[in-house]
Design a protein around this ligand. Structure first.
Ligand code: MG
Length: 294
């Protein structure tokens, strides 16, 4: 099923989409004690999950028409920074080191982990601010994001799938000039509005593990990225197992798994984003996330 967060009459509510995706049912209307997606992720029992799934399957034609609500990012204000994988597709490693070898080149026997502050995630169709006072090289990165479903510590790769709540699309918007002038990438990845996310969370039961999903992005309709999560260098199970060996991954943790080739810095000359451009990120089964640059 697909879960969304939406605004109705000034309240932010979690809801489940009907199978035909034309209606949304607030989970609170089904008798569940959760308003926000974070509460739902932390508290949802197996029986409640089944109830939601049944409601999604049986409620076509009922609930609120999707056009009557304002869609928000599925987790509008993450409880913690997003954990990101850097350089996690081989073809992106090649294009990044061509762009700036000192910043992106070299051997990497272990994953690159960095974090991304998200004061508020940007919803589908909301604008990405260009920050022209600070940024001269605005870039996009379409990524599969994993949502952790329960507090997770010391799990093996075999156990990792059981810790996943679902998946969403995350655009890891990046200011290349800011990202590379500082020793760490944090600032250049964390400007306000740099985390479009959504449009929904696709629950893990709908995705075979490990996920083998096409990942694509378009800028102004032109295909830029076209890959598959089968090509992740460090896969989802490895990442969850490795991180959880030393740190608790709290329920609601968002892990962005990295981006394939085709980002703006990968072109010669680079093709960065400018106000007026429209970026569309899409992942098989989840949908698409479209954002104009302002
Ligand atoms: Mg990224």
């Amino acid at each position: 099923m697909k879960l969304i967060t939406f605004e109705k009459d000034g309240r932010e509510l979690a809801g489940v989409l009907s199978r035909n995706e034309r209606f949304v049912l607030p989970v609170s209307s089904l008798g569940l004690p959760y308003e926000s997606m974070q509460e739902l992720i932390c508290g949802l029992t197996a029986a409640e999950r089944q109830l939601l799934s049944d409601a999604a399957a049986g409620q076509d034609g009922q609930g609120l028409p999707v056009e009557s609500v304002r869609l928000l990012a599925p987790i509008p204000c993450p409880a913690q920074d997003v954990i990101c994988l850097g350089i996690n597709y081989m073809d992106h490693a090649d294009e990044a080191s061509r762009y700036k070898a000192d910043a992106f080149g070299g051997e990497r026997p272990y994953p690159i982990y960095f974090s991304k502050r998200v004061n508020r995630a940007v919803a589908d169709h909301e604008p990405i601010p260009a920050h022209e006072n600070l940024v001269d090289s605005l870039d996009y990165e379409c990524e599969l994001a994993v949502i952790i479903g329960r507090d997770t510590k010391n799990v093996s790769e075999e156990e990792a799938a059981d810790c996943i709540f679902g998946y969403t699309i995350l655009n890891d918007v990046s200011a290349r000039n800011v990202q590379t002038r500082h020793k760490q990438w944090y600032f250049g990845k964390s400007l306000d509005g740099f985390t479009p996310m959504g449009p929904c969370i696709l629950t893990d039961d709908e995705v075979a593990f490990p996920p083998k999903l096409s990942v694509r992005s378009r800028v102004n309709g032109e295909l830029r990225q076209n890959s598959t999560t089968e090509l992740l260098i460090f896969g989802v199970a490895h990442v969850i197992s490795e991180l959880s060996s030393g740190m608790t991954l709290k329920a609601g943790t968002i892990i962005a798994t990295g981006t394939p080739a085709g980002v703006g810095m990968g072109f010669t000359p680079p093709r960065f984003l400018h106000p007026g451009d429209v970026v569309e990120c899409s992942i098989e089964g989840i949908g698409s996330l479209t954002n104009p640059v302002h």
